[in-house]
Design a protein around this ligand. Structure first.
Ligand code: ADP
Length: 456
């Protein structure tokens, strides 16, 4: 490639890049402009903002006697030029703008300085140093035959001879076509319709997004609920099965000790093994109970003596309670009706309340640690079981939160006990509530409807 050719190629590449940038900026303006005037003026300004063009202007062909091309937008050097000349789109007009308006074809004039022929526009052009000039038509035909909606031209002037090659003409003609379309849209208030469409599209898009978010939130919620249910089940199993498992291990150890003595004590070992079997059964019952809790009909196990159930729980937790120096008081009503409940589940509830009471009193050193269990029937006929302690108590502001799954203030707590207990009580049609103890501690109360009982 010769040096000339290389230079030519470079210049072409630069021009192409510049035109692409211009096109890009114009394109944005086609959509952004709010009025025809703003559109035309902005396009002229964009066109002269590169260093290729000196003047850009848009003229509309008037239907007056002189067939005037009236400048409606202009930008660049030498805008006075437009005040000095009168351009017409009538038959004998030699100016490119007039020709483009009349013929609807692009018109190019090159080397004006070398051929300063007579005529006002030519001398004015020369005076402003314009050497080449093109005009591309802005013509839009109406849907009605023979009616022209827009009759105008975009004219570009530069000091550089030969600046407008065929490629340039194609480029600016294409730009003019787009500009014509944009003007038509703005005029026909199609813009309004477009804006309306865009608004409608945006609304639809936003609705779709909101629906997506809602769907996702629902899926997340379901997942959390499933996890909570699974977590409750697992936590509940761990909580309840740990106790008999612990007892099995210590009885197993005791049995081994009895057998490992110089004179093995078979009777003690047999007793330890019996306790192991009983605890094994209890663990099995707990699991069966938990499973039934997750079945819809959570079987009731026939009329139960709730006083007996309370005593049973106290027997189970005897070791823990004694180990903490807690005194136990019971006030169990003789008038208690038997009610049909799921025995293992209710046992689980009372055991959980008792263990919480034990925990709450473990930090208490300046007063008696007292655990009180009461049963009775209230005025409405509901069977009440209350578990009272003299522990650290609960801030009334936390009365609701403590029933939330995973709410715990204990370093090794799961925060599931109260949540599971409340669901069990509610499955039985009852209520589990909390109140402040007087003068210290907390009072948890289970209220069960006696109407569901069969043994009144
Ligand atoms: P966890 O015992 O694993 O913490 P719970 O659901 O049984 O789970 O209890 C939740 C929380 O409620 C406890 O961590 C504790 O802060 C509070 N709480 C429950 N019972 C008592 C009580 N008798 N006295 C004081 N706080 C209690």
């Amino acid at each position: 490639m010769s040096n000339d050719n290389a230079r030519h190629e470079d210049a072409r590449a630069i021009r192409l890049g510049r035109r692409l940038r211009t096109l890009h900026r114009c394109n944005r303006m086609f959509f952004a402009a709010r009025s025809e005037q703003e559109l035309l003026q902005s396009i002229c300004q964009i066109l002269v903002s590169g260093d290729e063009l000196r003047l850009a202007w848009v003229g509309y062909g008037e239907d007056d006697a002189d067939k005037t091309v009236r400048a409606v937008a202009r930008a660049g050097h030498g805008v006075e030029f437009l005040k000095q000349v009168k351009i017409s789109w009538g038959g004998d007009e030699p100016a490119p703008a007039g020709i483009a308006v009349r013929t609807g074809e692009a018109c190019r004039i090159d080397g004006i300085l070398a051929d300063p022929a007579a005529g006002p526009w030519r001398s004015a052009a020369v005076a402003h140093g314009f050497d080449s000039c093109i005009a591309v038509p802005l013509v839009a035909h109406s849907h009605q035959a023979g009616v022209i909606d827009l009759r105008g031209a975009l004219t570009l002037c530069t000091a550089e001879r030969g600046a407008f090659d065929d490629g340039a003409i194609d480029f600016y003609a294409e730009l003019a076509t787009c500009l014509t379309h944009a003007v038509t849209v703005l005029r026909g208030n199609l813009a309004g319709e477009l804006t309306h469409d865009v608004t409608a599209l945006r609304a639809a898009e936003e609705r779709r997004r909101a629906e997506d978010a809602l769907r996702k939130a629902r899926i997340d919620l379901e997942r959390v609920m499933q996890m909570t249910a699974m977590g409750e089940m697992a936590a509940s199993i761990a909580h309840e099965v740990n106790q008999p498992l612990g007892a099995i291990v210590s009885n197993g150890n005791a049995g081994l000790r009895w057998l490992g003595n110089a004179t093995p004590d078979i009777e003690e070992a047999r007793a330890a093994l019996k306790r192991i079997v009983a605890d094994g059964h209890r663990a099995g019952q707990v699991i069966a109970g938990i499973r039934s809790m997750f079945k819809k009909d959570g079987q009731l196990t026939g009329p139960q003596d709730m006083n007996e159930l309370v005593r049973e729980v106290l027997r189970l937790v005897r070791g823990e309670v004694a180990g903490q120096g807690i005194s136990v008081r019971t006030e169990l009503s003789d008038e208690l009706p038997r009610i049909a409940v799921n025995r293992v589940q209710l046992q689980q509830v009372i055991a959980n309340l008792v263990m919480n009471a034990v925990d709450a009193m473990s930090a208490v050193v300046d007063r008696a640690r007292v655990l009180r269990l009461k049963t009775g029937v209230d005025a409405s006929g509901a069977l009440l079981i209350a578990v009272e302690d003299t522990g650290i108590g609960i801030d009334p502001g936390d009365f609701d939160r403590i029933f939330d799954p995973f709410y715990t203030t204990k370093s090794h707590g799961m925060g599931m006990g109260l949540s599971i207990s409340r669901s069990i009580v509610e499955i039985h049609g009852g209520r589990l509530t909390v109140a402040r103890g007087e003068p210290h501690g907390a009072v948890f109360q289970v209220a069960l409807p006696t109407g569901i009982g069969t043994g009144r």
